[in-house]
Design a protein around this ligand. Structure first.
Ligand code: URA
Length: 202
């Protein structure tokens, strides 16, 4: 069982099943299911988001909703094939609050990110990516293990203890929230430029 401290998943399938029994934090209670990473089991590139959203929670797969569409388009523009990427999240269960019929995203607490890091670290050990792209502050916190100002540390590769390199960038949901079209386009360009930079590190 996943809450047995001695348990170590020996492959991604085992990990994906075990996370359904995770009780390391309370977020499992309100979620449909745990959503682990998806992609080639030895991908050179790992992309880490924050947590599953409404659609990911229902589908059981990461980045299939609106933010996923933004990510897919940016990857395509940067000429990175998503099929070559292991895409995952810092937190595996959807944290939300009801708002009418909708379920509104809530940012995971640092304690929840810390608790869930056990799963992300297991994914990192199994996949062994050369480069890890973090999308937004939660992912950066989870990968680097410290609070990060993404705008300050964005775009320059950061060496990690396991030999991989992290590249920090913004979250695609942030791009979706920019109201003004010109500003949105400019930020999107920067996001694509960060992804193009990734190709030079692989
Ligand atoms: N946002 C994320 O951070 N991850 C997802 O899987 C979907 C939306």
């Amino acid at each position: 069982a996943a809450f047995d401290e001695g348990f170590v998943p020996s492959n991604l399938e085992e990990l994906g099943q075990a996370v359904q029994a995770c009780r390391r934090c309370p977020l499992w209670r309100d979620a449909t299911q745990g959503v682990c990473g998806a992609g080639p089991k030895k991908a050179r590139l790992m992309i880490v988001g924050e947590q599953p959203g409404d659609q990911e929670d229902l589908a059981g797969r990461p980045f299939v909703g609106p933010a996923g569409k933004v990510l897919d388009a940016a990857l395509e523009e940067a000429r990175i094939d998503r099929d070559d990427v292991f895409v995952t999240n810092a937190v595996k269960h959807f944290k939300h609050e009801p708002r009418g019929k909708r379920r509104l995203h809530r940012t995971p607490a640092t304690s929840e990110v810390r608790a869930c890091r056990w799963w992300l670290d297991a994914e990192r050990r199994l996949v062994k990516p050369k480069v890890i792209v973090t999308l937004g502050g939660t992912a950066a916190l989870a990968v680097l293990g410290r609070p990060v100002a993404v705008t300050k540390e964005r775009g320059e590769p950061i060496g990690l203890a396991d030999g991989a390199r992290a590249l920090l960038t913004v979250h695609p949901s942030y791009l979706l929230r920019i109201p003004e079209e010109a500003a949105k386009a400019a930020e999107r360009e920067r996001f694509v430029a960060d992804l193009k930079r990734v190709r030079t590190l692989l």
